[in-house]
Design a protein around this ligand. Structure first.
Ligand code: PEP
Ligand code: MG
Length: 579
C-alpha cells in the first residue's frame, strides 16, 4: 500500500483497477523488473530495434519508389538513430541501472534526446524532435507487439493512470467504464483537468512518478477531493474510502434538489449561474444541474476531437445542435483558443518554446484568417436561431480586438453579398485573461458588449505561473491580492460602462470564492456543470450585505494565505459541511 499526493482536480472518490498508459495509448507494462529477468528485457529490446530497422528500410524503399529518393531519404535519419550504438548503450544501461522494462528505458532515453533537439536554435535540428518521437513510438510498438489499449471498447470499469493526458484524449474517454484518472503531470487549470471536471470523473494530476509505480491490474483509490492516490490499499483504507464515497454521493443528492431554485441570496439579490462546455453533448447535463445558459463554449474542442480539420459545416452543425438543446437560453460561443496546451506541440511544425506566450488563441486566428473566417461564418449563420453571443479570447491589445471585429465585419459583408440572413447586432464580448486587458478594462469596455474574466489564464499571466506545470502548482492561486485587484477593477469598469461581466475561469466554480465574487458585484458565474449546485447553495445561504462585507475585508489583506483562511472560515459559518 502506498499513498501518493497530487493535485485533486475533479472531485469524487473511486476505487478500481488500473490501466497504465503512455502517450498514444500504448500500455507500458510493469516498470520494475527482477534482476534475473534483465537479460530477457535486453533481448526483447534488441529484437524490437532489429524489427524497427527492417520496417523502416521497407518504408524508405516504398516511399522512394513512389515519391522519389529525396523524400525516401527522410527515413535515413530514423535508421541512423536506430543503428546508433551510443543510444542503444544508453537504453541498455537504463534497463540495468533502473531495473526497468525495455519500454520504459526506450521512453526515457528517447525523450532525453528529444529534449536536446528541442533546445537547439537551428530550426532544422529542432524540427527533428518529431522524428525522435516517431522513432520512440516505432520501437515501442514493436516491443509491445502492436497492442494498443482500446479505451473506446472497455468491458469493465477501470481507472486510467498516465504520464499526462491530452485534453482531447481525456474528452474521448469512455465515461461508462473509465471511472477516474491520475497523471504524473498537470496542474489544476490545465485543460485536461477542466475536461475531467466537466465529465464528472474524479481525477488527480501532478502526482510525480505515478506511472513508474503502478502496474496494470493494481487496485487504486483515486480521491479527487483530497488529491490523493492510494496504490493497493489495505482493507481498512478500502472501508474508509467506501464510506467517504457514500457521504459524497449523499451530499450530491441533497445539492441536486436545488436545481430548479434560483441562485438568489437571502435578501433577494439574484445572479445567473451558467455552464462551461467543450462539446454540445454536455449541455443536457449542465441544464440538469441548473445552468441558465452556456457562458463559455470552448469551440477549439471541435479541432481537438476530430481526426481532420473541421469544416464550416462541422462548426455550423455543432452550434445548431447546441442551440437546439438550449431552447432559447444564451450560448456564448468563444472563437478558437487553439495553441498552448490545446494543441500537442509535437504536432506543430516547429514546437514553440513558450507556447502559452506564443501563437495562441486570437493571435493564431489573426494569423490564419481563412480558418478564423470559416468559424465566424458558421457563428453568424446560426445567429438568428437562438440567443447567440460571440466572444474573443486572449485579447491583449485594443488593436487585436479591433482587428478581430474587422474580420467579423468583413464576414458579415460577405454573407450579405451571398444573401445569407444573420443577426447584425449580435452581442460581441471579449475574455479578460491577460493582465494588459484587465488593466485597460475601462477602454475595452467601450468597444464590446460584455466581458468574461478567464481567471485560469489571468492568474497564470499575472503571477507568471504555468497553469499546467505541477512543479509550480503551489504558486497558482486565485486568492493572490494582485489577481483579486484585477478582478475587482474589471467588474467595476464593466459596471461603470453598463456592460455585463462574468467569470468563466475555474475560480467561478470554486465554493471558496463564491462569497467574494458575489460581494465584488459579479452577476454571472460560468463554471463546469457539476460545480453549479454547491455554488448555488452558498449563494442561497448568504445575504448580499454579508458578501459585500466579506469582499471589503478580503481586499484589505496582503497575502493569499490570509484571504483563503478568511474565506474558508466565512463560508463554513454559513455551510459547515463545505470543503
Ligand atoms: C480561462 O483562461 O480562465 C478560461 C476560461 O479559458 P481556458 O481555460 O479555456 O483557457
Ligand atoms: Mg483562457
Amino acid at each position: 500500500m502506498e499513498i501518493k499526493k497530487g493535485i485533486g482536480v475533479s472531485p469524487g472518490v473511486v476505487i478500481s483497477t488500473a490501466v497504465v498508459l503512455d502517450a498514444e495509448d500504448l500500455v507500458i507494462p510493469k516498470r520494475f523488473v527482477d534482476p534475473a529477468n534483465l537479460p530477457a528485457e535486453i533481448d526483447r529490446l534488441g529484437k524490437a530495434i532489429a524489427q524497427s530497422v527492417v520496417d523502416l528500410a521497407t518504408l524508405r524503399d516504398e516511399v522512394s519508389e513512389k515519391h522519389g529518393k529525396q523524400i525516401g531519404s527522410i527515413f535515413d535519419f530514423h535508421l541512423g538513430v536506430l543503428k546508433d550504438k551510443t543510444i542503444l548503450k544508453q537504453i541498455i544501461n537504463e534497463i540495468k541501472e533502473q531495473q526497468t522494462t525495455a519500454e520504459h528505458a526506450v521512453s526515457v532515453v528517447t525523450r532525453r534526446y528529444a529534449n536536446q533537439f528541442l533546445q537547439m536554435s537551428d530550426r532544422y535540428m529542432s524540427e527533428r524532435v518529431k522524428d525522435i518521437y516517431d522513432i520512440e513510438k516505432r520501437i515501442l510498438r514493436n516491443l509491445i507487439g502492436q497492442k494498443h489499449e482500446d479505451l473506446a471498447h472497455l468491458t469493465q470499469d477501470i481507472v486510467v493512470i498516465a504520464h499526462d493526458l491530452l485534453p482531447s484524449q481525456t474528452a474521448a474517454l469512455d465515461r461508462t467504464h473509465v471511472k477516474g484518472f491520475a497523471t504524473d503531470a498537470g496542474g489544476r487549470t490545465s485543460h485536461t483537468a477542466i475536461v475531467a471536471r466537466a465529465m464528472g470523473i474524479p481525477a488527480v494530476v501532478g502526482v510525480g512518478n505515478l506511472t513508474a509505480e503502478i502496474s496494470g491490474g493494481d487496485t487504486v483509490i483515486i480521491d479527487g477531493n483530497r488529491g490523493v492516490v492510494i496504490v493497493n490499499p489495505d482493507a481498512e483504507q478500502l472501508a474508509e474510502h467506501r464510506a467517504y464515497e457514500r457521504t459524497l454521493q449523499e451530499f450530491e443528492i441533497t445539492l441536486n434538489k436545488l436545481r430548479d431554485l434560483p441562485a438568489q441570496t437571502l435578501d433577494g439579490h439574484q445572479v445567473s449561474l451558467q455552464a462551461n462546455i467543450e462539446f454540445p453533448e454536455e449541455i443536457d447535463d449542465a441544464l440538469n444541474r441548473g445552468a441558465l445558459g452556456i457562458g463559455l463554449y470552448r469551440t477549439e474542442f471541435l479541432y481537438l476531437a476530430a481526426q481532420h480539420e473541421p469544416t464550416e459545416e462541422d462548426h455550423y452543425n455543432a452550434y445548431v445542435q447546441s442551440l437546439d438543446r438550449l431552447k432559447g437560453r444564451p450560448l456564448v460561443i468563444r472563437t478558437l483558443d487553439l495553441g498552448a496546451d490545446k494543441y500537442t506541440q509535437a504536432k506543430q511544425l516547429t514546437p514553440e518554446r513558450n507556447p502559452f506566450l506564443g501563437d495562441r488563441s486570437i493571435r493564431m486566428c489573426l494569423h490564419d484568417i481563412p480558418m478564423f473566417k470559416m468559424q465566424l461564418r458558421a457563428i453568424l449563420r446560426v445567429s438568428k436561431m437562438g440567443d447567440v453571443r460571440i466572444m474573443f479570447p486572449m485579447i491583449s491589445t485594443l488593436m487585436e480586438l479591433r482587428q478581430a471585429k474587422m474580420v467579423l465585419s468583413d464576414v458579415m459583408e460577405e454573407l450579405e453579398d451571398e444573401g445569407v440572413d444573420f443577426r447584425r447586432d449580435l452581442p460581441i464580448g471579449m475574455m479578460i485573461e491577460v493582465p494588459s486587458a484587465a488593466i485597460m478594462a475601462n477602454h475595452f469596455a467601450k468597444e464590446v458588449n460584455f466581458f468574461s474574466i478567464g481567471t485560469n489564464d489571468l492568474i497564470q499571466y499575472t503571477l507568471a505561473v504555468d497553469r499546467t506545470n505541477e512543479k509550480v502548482a503551489g504558486l497558482f492561486c486565485p486568492a493572490h491580492p494582485a489577481v483579486l485587484q484585477l478582478i475587482r477593477d474589471v467588474i467595476r469598469n464593466g459596471s461603470r460602462n453598463n456592460i455585463s461581466v462574468s467569470v468563466c475561469g475555474e475560480m467561478a466554480g470554486e465554493p471558496l470564492y463564491t462569497l467574494l465574487l458575489l460581494g465584488l458585484g459579479l452577476n454571472i458565474f460560468s463554471m463546469n456543470g457539476p460545480d453549479i449546485p454547491e455554488v448555488k447553495k452558498i449563494i442561497r445561504s448568504t445575504t448580499m450585505e454579508h458578501a459585500r462585507q466579506v469582499a471589503r475585508k478580503v481586499m484589505s489583506f496582503d497575502s493569499e494565505r490570509q484571504v483563503m483562511h478568511f474565506l474558508r472560515e466565512e463560508t463554513r459559518r454559513i455551510i459547515p459541511e463545505a470543503f
